[in-house]
Design a binder for this molecule. Sequence first.
Ligand code: GDP
Ligand code: IMO
Ligand code: MG
Length: 426
Amino acid sequence: MKVDVLLGLQWGDEGKGKIVDVLTPQYDIIARFQGGPNAGHTLEFEGIKHVLHTIPSGIFREGVLNVIGNGVVIDPVIFKGELEKMAPYNIDFKSRLVISKKAHLILPTHRILDAASEAAKGKDKIGSTLKGIGPTYMDKTGRNGLRVGDIFSPNFETKYNALVNKHKDMLKRFPDFEYDLSELEGPWLQAVSELKQLTAIDSEQFLNDSMKAGKKILAEGAQGTMLDIDFGTYPFVTSSNTVTAGTCTGLGVAPTKIGDVIGIFKAYCTRVGSGPFPTELDDEVGERIRKEGSEFGATTGRPRRCGWVDIPQLKYAIMINGVTELSMMKADVLDAFETIQACTHYLIDGERYDYFPYDVNDVEVVPVYEEIKGWNCDTTKLSSFEDAPSELKDYVEYLEQKLEVPITVVSVGPDRTQTLNNKVLA
Ligand code: GDP
Ligand code: IMO
Ligand code: MG
């Protein structure tokens, strides 16, 4: 068996949590491969909304195992909070959730460093989620990090103190930044001792053995392609590889073992935090999309920047990820629009660009749009794509032609049930 992958093609928050939850019954294992509590993956069913940060989005389906891979970074305090919130569901986490011993830990001082670094950047700040993601991955690549496996070691405290002392030295570079570590340390160490009660494993071995045994695995990405450390809008990105290649390094799955790659995008586009966004609408239309789509961050509550769908950007993401099928999310958000715009190419210094170029930070990127007729009716109660208004079908077909990949799922609401299957057309 091969590992299927589901990941975001835009700047995150495409609706990955919802679709992973919808697809989970088709799989035996759901495995998160990168990112950490910067992610906020929302699932809705039976009238209740759940936001997951570290735990994979397959956790609510019985009989499915969830894996937190080596590429993920874990804040034990946030993780503990997630487990506590799910207490009413009586999920046996010890058997339904396993954690890679190689996953790195986010320390309280990583969060403090993240905040100090952002404050020092002033108007050039990344707009990080302040969860300590950048500093934790820096310690990983700098070969200083603490991993889940370390918490079982008798000299864990010595290792912890050594890293904290290094961080305290680094914080001296920010003399104006005040912090209080004492309040954070106790709860963190307590959460680490609770983390020890869960199941830590050699997840790369487990996943490869599972594949050999014929188990079906879905890898769940966090963030989105345009936030990838290599291929995103650097430096306004996160600190991990959010693309398909991140599945290989973040789970220990060989490139030859990658199966379907499901790329997920909104029928429009959003971004939260700083950085370039060619189709951003800084006007009442953008405001309207934000309102209709409730576009506020699931992790930070910040308003998301909104704009039209960007075809060169999506083509770029499809290319980097080797996407084999697409899920188009939040079509219902455009229900009230008479017309929709789709960006077909950019003009930079008067020159036409059909692809996403290196430099979009310091130049003026002028998006050129094609106008598309809206469907202008309620799609949230549809139960079959066949019954969708012809204009929505036309929009889907238009994008399929431009993107050269089938759109197999169209989502028309946040609930599990508001998901239309378009496999027939694919
Ligand atoms: P993720 O990070 O990719 O999992 O996405 P988020 O959970 O951060 O953001 C997606 C938001 O859109 C959540 O509030 C979802 O409940 C919601 N959502 C997902 N799909 C749809 C949809 O088709 N229509 C509407 N209106 N909301 C959706
Ligand atoms: P999900 O998985 C949207 C953004 C932040 C910031 C940049 C760097 O829910 O789609 P970081 O805290 O990672 O150092 O922040 O990346 N960002 C996200 N934006 N969705 C996310 O995750 C994000 N995770 C990080 O806003 O611009
Ligand atoms: Mg999110």
